[in-house]
Write a protein that binds this ligand. Sequence first.
Ligand SMILES: Cc1ncc(COP(=O)(O)O)c(C=O)c1O
Length: 450
Amino acid sequence: MLQDDKTNSATASHSERLHRVIPGGAHTYSRGDDQYPANAPQILERAKGATVWAADGRSFLDYGMALRAVSIGYSEPAINEAAIQGLEAGNNLTRASVIELEAAERLVDMIDSVDMVKFTKNGSTATSAAVKLARAYTGRDLVARCAQHPFFSYDDWFIGNTPITKGIPASAIEQTKSFAYNDIGSLERLIAEHPGQFACVILEPASTETPATFIEPDGREVNYLQQVEALCRKHGIVFILDEMITGFRWHLKGAQHVYGVTPDLCTFGKAMANGFSVAAVAGRRELMSLGSIDRVGQERLFLLSTTHGAEMCGLAAYLATMDFLERYDVVDHLWAYGADLQAAINAAAEHAGIAKHFYAAGPAVSPYYATVTGEGAPWMELRTLFAQEMIKQGVLMPWLALSYRHGEAELEKTREALAHAMEVCARGVAEGIDKYLIGPAIKPVFRRFN
Ligand SMILES: Cc1ncc(COP(=O)(O)O)c(C=O)c1O
């Protein structure tokens, strides 16, 4: 039972203590108790490579990887060393730092669509800055966001378009509309319903689905993202790609390079600096320079001004991460490991006879697993049972985030855990999941009530 007094933390569990002093018990909702089975570690102490250690002494092979922020491995010496040099050089100086310039030039060199970049500490501020730039550039208010992509920002322009609208003004809620991925007609209709009013379209290049290919009336083959880009150009709408997850993972030049599109603005974050807090809004000079101060007489746009935005340990970690990704072909490793993992999950589900309720799919570099009822609806109880049984085998698998430090030994351990977990899941499917679940089922983050 949660208590209000401040004195008895010696007897309280970690979970009780967390909830007493931190709303939600953690600093993202996806780390919350309601996202994990009852036997999950309540609190973690440290991590190395692809392994995390809990305060209760247990260790786990991790597929959460700090919400995908860590793409090489926890506590990677080369990245840590670079970050320490940043710290020793002062960490945050009074004017722009040398490493800030190097980091910006590196990003501009790597990503073809990018002329200018502003760094910040988290992804939400980057995507919100992109939306602000789009509104300033177009003089329009509306935002079109992809409905299938689960998260863009904690700011009102995005959360207002989810079921959790408490505390958000109606005016903000009205200004964001959603469209369906891989269905250009849905975006066309949205734009037609609000002619000349959309400032931007924002989506991830890919998530569980990748861009489908279509044949245009003139016989040309185009993919969905190319259709979105063309529609944006036609209507003077700013085309924003949120590469928070895909960036430096799909390809060193971003997923935009893989799918042959040129966004006006793009955002990066997770996987930029192997867990250090670095995110960025970047793009074409024409838009980004609205935030400049060197254009005499131009009306000012207040774009991302943050005390810690260019913290040197983070930017040093970013540069070292880029070196590491290039040197060790990390992107190729992630694609290959993901393909093997997907195959292993599907083989285990098949072997246990529950392939129609449990499958892995999605792009190999960032696969997902789904648990579905006979009617095809999400089956949260089955998902919870699976996560519970994987934890018993020493594998923390809330989703499938991969790193360079997931290698052959990790895959083998995963295969063994999967064989056990799928057998229990099969029994649960046959006899009733409740019989095997030791606590409540996981709940969706985006629900209106607790
Ligand atoms: C696609 C995408 N965009 C933006 C964000 C927000 O990033 P942050 O949590 O760093 O604010 C996330 C985080 O989950 C994300 O997945």
